[in-house]
Design a binder for this molecule. Structure first.
Ligand SMILES: Nc1nc2c(ncn2[C@@H]2O[C@H](COP(=O)(O)OP(=O)(O)O)[C@@H](O)[C@H]2O)c(=O)[nH]1
Ligand SMILES: [Mg+2]
Length: 284
């Protein structure tokens, strides 16, 4: 399999822009994918935040299972505030604004004591497609930030007012080098790396291999997969879904898309790919 290596120029530019604007921010909200919070953590971005208060939002909680709560607990125990959300459910709005408010509660109190009520600002950052813009729209109560289910939808910078604070949406940024190819593969599975630059056949086979280890029953339910090599599993997908070409050969292209789409849309059920071990060595 090809090594996943992806740090395009626009991401370098985004990192620079964020570095420059951070002096205006009182804190950073890091949006991680609840299905893979370790893989979607970018140590470089955390470094950019310096000593500013940080809130971790584990987004897409509706697509992750209870393992994500265990991971959230571990991160929380390391001292960082964490909140798991489902941005498609407006019920989580209060929880999120409450958690953001807590980040600057002391600062706000001090400011009020001195007789002024200023607006606090937070940068919303993370790898592409984790739901940053959707989160901002949920909080703002309208479609202010542009969203889309692929990497690289948000380009420019924008400050958006939410109650008595302001949020800055930012374009997704990747770690400049993937030292950990397991993390890179998981980011590809969840759609944080632009599909256009990936070998999707490789990615789907890797996903089948990982799911057969962790969630074999899901593969059995949806595709009647009962073990085998990743390629044999892809055969089963094509068989079950009737993806055949003329001459009765399997249409692997459609099989590959089906596996990725089913996973990304939650049709294989709630799944968390990262385990507790994956958090080892990460400084949240
Ligand atoms: N299921 C689910 N989908 C979400 C959630 N938040 C965002 N999405 C979807 O994920 C995709 C990427 O969202 P977007 O906000 O553009 O991500 P960004 O690149 O981080 O700004 C969109 O298709 C959203 O509808 C969530 O909590 N649950
Ligand atoms: Mg965006």
């Amino acid at each position: 399999m090809k090594t996943i290596q992806w740090f395009p120029g626009h991401m370098a530019k985004a990192m620079r822009m964020m570095g420059e604007n951070l002096s205006l921010a009182d804190g950073v909200i890091f949006v991680l994918d609840a299905r893979c919070p370790a893989s979607s953590f970018n140590p470089k971005l955390k470094g950019l935040a310096g000593g500013k208060p940080v809130l971790y939002v584990l987004a897409k909680g509706d697509l992750a299972d209870r393992q994500a709560d265990a991971l959230a607990d571990i991160i929380r125990k390391s001292g960082a505030p964490v909140i798991k959300t489902n941005a498609l459910n407006s019920g989580s709005r209060r929880d999120i604004t409450g958690a953001i408010g807590k980040l600057v509660a002391q600062k706000r109190e001090k400011a009020l004591e001195r007789g002024y009520n200023r607006t606090f600002r937070f940068m919303v950052a993370g790898v592409p497609n984790t739901g940053k813009s959707t989160l901002i729209n949920l909080l703002a109560g309208s479609r202010r930030a542009e969203t889309g289910d692929k990497a690289g939808v948000t380009r420019g910078k924008q400050w958006i007012r939410v109650e008595n604070f302001e949020l800055m949406d930012t374009p997704g940024t990747m770690p400049p080098a993937f030292e950990n190819q397991t993390f890179a593969a998981r980011l590809a599975f969840v759609g944080s790396i632009n599909d256009d630059i990936l070998d999707l056949d490789d990615i789907a086979l890797l996903l089948l291999a990982e799911l057969s280890q962790k969630y074999p029953e899901r593969l059995s339910e949806r595709y009647a997969i009962d073990g085998g090599t990743p390629l044999e599993m892809l055969d089963k997908v094509c068989e079950k879904r009737g993806f055949k070409l003329r001459g009765n050969e399997y249409d692997y292209g459609r099989g590959v898309r089906a596996v990725l789409d089913d996973f990304r849309k939650g049709k294989l059920g709630r799944i968390t790919l990262d385990g507790a071990d994956d958090l080892n060595g990460l400084e949240f």
